[in-house]
Design a protein. Structure first.
Length: 299
């Protein structure tokens, strides 16, 4: 008998999932190219308000809208002034503490330079922000008096130039700003015109702080003219008091302005609607330039 020949054949195992060839990842070949400019898409025009159409009536800003715009600018300026004045007051307090410590010890030069830098920085930012806040606040006050008169059908007792002069002239600005605001508050609350205006508690507190701030600022300015070590040390305390009172005045002014603005021009969120262009009537539409379609353009 001859031995049997056996051929061994090896086969790979059967995979659990059918094998799929891996496709190569597509590569970015750039934006699509067209043989001609495509004619689809939105027109190359920006959004325009309906009144921007030639022939339509131009909008006229109402006094109440201008008052709201001025209030939107005055409120941040008052808060910035309050924060800057409070920062300057803290810097003056640090300087006075260093003066007390320096009587018995030698202070490092870096700490003194830091204190001087803080005082100088606050001394620059605070007057600038305060001047801008006063300017915008006066403009808002003039516009608020106009709006209050239109709503109640009355006319303010003082002309605008007296109000502006009463805000800026030293001595007069101790009394006239509070009286003007008291008259405005009296008109806003629709009290009898023949009745004498009586300021509210919040306005009375603002008036008192306003007058104290002006008096202390004037004393501080005159005190800075004195010479001597003790006069300079006392001047730091006067600057500290002036900056602290200015911060209170700015914060109180922001609260009063916000209150009066809300009474004059209340906004109901439920009635606020978005602008929606429905149609344009009696207006000549602009002729938009349109390029001729090439004859060989592909649709």
């Amino acid at each position: 008998m001859q031995p049997m020949r056996v051929d061994w054949v090896a086969s790979p195992p059967v995979p659990l999932r059918p094998y799929r060839p891996r496709r190569p990842e597509p590569h970015y070949a750039g934006p699509p190219a067209y043989p001609a400019p495509p004619r689809w898409g939105f027109p190359a025009l920006t959004w325009r308000w309906p009144t921007a159409v030639p022939g339509a009536d131009k909008p006229v800003a109402q006094p109440v809208d201008r008052m709201r715009a001025l209030a939107g600018s005055a409120l941040p300026l008052f808060w910035i002034t309050g924060a800057a004045a409070a920062f300057t007051a803290l810097a003056e307090l640090l300087r006075y503490i260093l003066l007390l410590v320096s009587r018995n010890a030698v202070l490092p030069a870096g700490l003194l330079h830091t204190s001087d830098a803080l005082v100088v920085t606050g001394g620059v930012i605070t007057p600038v922000s305060a001047a801008l806040a006063v300017l915008v606040g006066i403009l808002w006050l003039l516009r608020a008096r106009q709006v209050a008169g239109e709503l109640t059908g009355t006319r303010p007792d003082r002309p605008n130039w007296q109000v502006v002069a009463g805000m800026l002239i030293p001595g007069v600005n101790l009394l006239l700003p509070g009286a003007t605001l008291a008259e405005l508050e009296h008109t806003i609350l629709e009290k009898p015109p023949a009745e004498r205006p009586k300021p509210s508690r919040e306005l009375s507190q603002w008036w008192l702080i306003w007058a104290a701030s002006l008096l202390v600022s004037g004393i501080t300015l005159l005190w800075s003219l004195r010479t001597g070590v003790q006069a300079q040390a006392d001047g730091v305390l006067w600057h500290l008091a002036a900056d602290a009172l200015l911060a209170l005045v700015a914060i109180r002014s922001a609260r009063l302005l916000k209150r009066y603005n809300a009474l004059l021009a209340p906004v109901n969120p439920a009635t606020v609607q978005r602008f929606e262009l429905i149609s344009i009537r009696d207006a000549e539409l602009p002729q938009l330039p349109r390029r001729e379609r090439p004859k060989d353009a592909v649709r």
